[in-house]
Design a protein around this ligand. Structure first.
Ligand SMILES: C[C@@](CO)(OP(=O)(O)O)[C@H](O)COP(=O)(O)OP(=O)(O)OC[C@H]1O[C@@H](n2ccc(N)nc2=O)[C@H](O)[C@@H]1O
Ligand SMILES: Nc1ncnc2c1ncn2[C@@H]1O[C@H](COP(=O)(O)OP(=O)(O)O)[C@@H](O)[C@H]1O
Length: 266
């Protein structure tokens, strides 16, 4: 069975509070985008994991799909499987690629082996693997809060716009992005701000990680500036970076960015 885990972008991200469990309370809008991996699982005589495409850092046992297998295996009588992942979603990009693989792995195993898990049960399994894994179970635009793993439905459809995503040749780790963050309660919640006209988002909606990440990576700040220069209605770094997206009325000419960066026209 093959599924195609997709990426997400964050539209706005406020870090509001430090939590006693070492995490932070945050609020953000998760929006699915059309950059995809391919994930295949077949029954086998022993557990294996292979990958093609982009190189994934870490050991096989660290891969979130393999972690997902061991997690489900504790509760269900699963046969060994061969997992193959074709990696296309940039890594260390703030696009949630690894998290999406994990969530789609749970969905795939649920279908393939008829585990009978409800959406809520799959979401609970997913959040054990990582805060933003949970979003990819339902995989529709949401307002996310607490650790980023509690959700409120929203109506947000950007299909009339052109989204462009730029991935510079740098990776930002989640740890690096959180370093130096000063959690601040919000006056106006993103849950409401997202209903304002997109033309007003620039002055209303921010990503708190830009402050810490732009300090060390001027080139990421530069990409955001370039997207506004090219006519973006709204532009932001996604999640903890390093990717930056722009929302445009018409497909912009960004050839000048393509030499140094990977540019996705979505
Ligand atoms: C911060 C976000 C925003 O979208 O970054 P991106 O990964 O998307 O860029 C995500 O919620 C990340 O989710 P995910 O990458 O699954 O996080 P996890 O693996 O659970 O956590 C990695 C580390 O990030 C920190 N962390 C993560 C989420 C959160 N709400 N508070 C935190 O403090 C913790 O230090 C944690 O040990
Ligand atoms: N299936 C996977 N794909 C990508 N990275 C993975 C995967 N499983 C585990 N990882 C680990 O997660 C880290 C980055 O995860 P990813 O979700 O792509 O980052 P980000 O959301 O910041 O772009 C990698 O450094 C890698 O070690």
């Amino acid at each position: 069975m093959i599924l195609f885990p997709n990426a997400k972008i964050n539209i706005g991200l406020n870090i509001t509070e430090r939590r006693p469990d070492g995490y932070h309370n945050l609020e953000t809008i998760f929006y699915p985008i059309d950059i995809k991996d391919a994930l295949e699982v077949v029954k086998s005589d022993k557990l294996s994991f292979t990958s093609t495409g982009l190189e994934i850092p870490g050991l096989m046992e660290d891969n979130l799909c393999v972690k997902g297998y061991h997690m489900l295996k504790q509760d269900y009588d699963l046969p060994p499987v061969s997992i193959h992942l074709h990696k296309h979603i940039p890594i260390g990009a703030g696009l949630g690629g690894g998290s999406s693989d994990a969530a789609f792995f749970i969905r795939l195993m649920n279908d393939k082996f008829k585990l009978g898990l409800s959406v809520d049960e799959m979401t609970d399994y997913a959040r054990r693997l990582g805060a933003d894994c949970a979003f990819f179970i339902e995989n529709k635009p949401v307002f996310a809060f607490e650790r980023g793993d509690e959700f409120e439905s929203i109506k947000l459809d950007l299909s009339a716009y052109k989204i462009v995503l730029v991935m510079p040749p740098v990776h930002v780790s989640t740890g690096e992005a959180f370093r130096g963050i000063k959690p601040t309660p919000v006056k106006d919640s993103l849950f409401d701000l997202i209903n304002e006209p997109i033309a007003d988002w620039k002055k209303l909606i921010k990503n708190d990680f830009e402050q810490t990440v732009f300090k060390n990576h001027a080139e990421i700040r530069g990409i955001k500036a370039a997207l506004y220069e090219a006519g973006a209605i709204y532009s932001s770094m996604s999640g903890t970076g390093a990717s930056v997206f722009g929302i445009f009325a018409e497909t912009p000419d960004l050839k000048f960015l393509e030499e140094e960066n990977q540019v996705f026209y979505l």
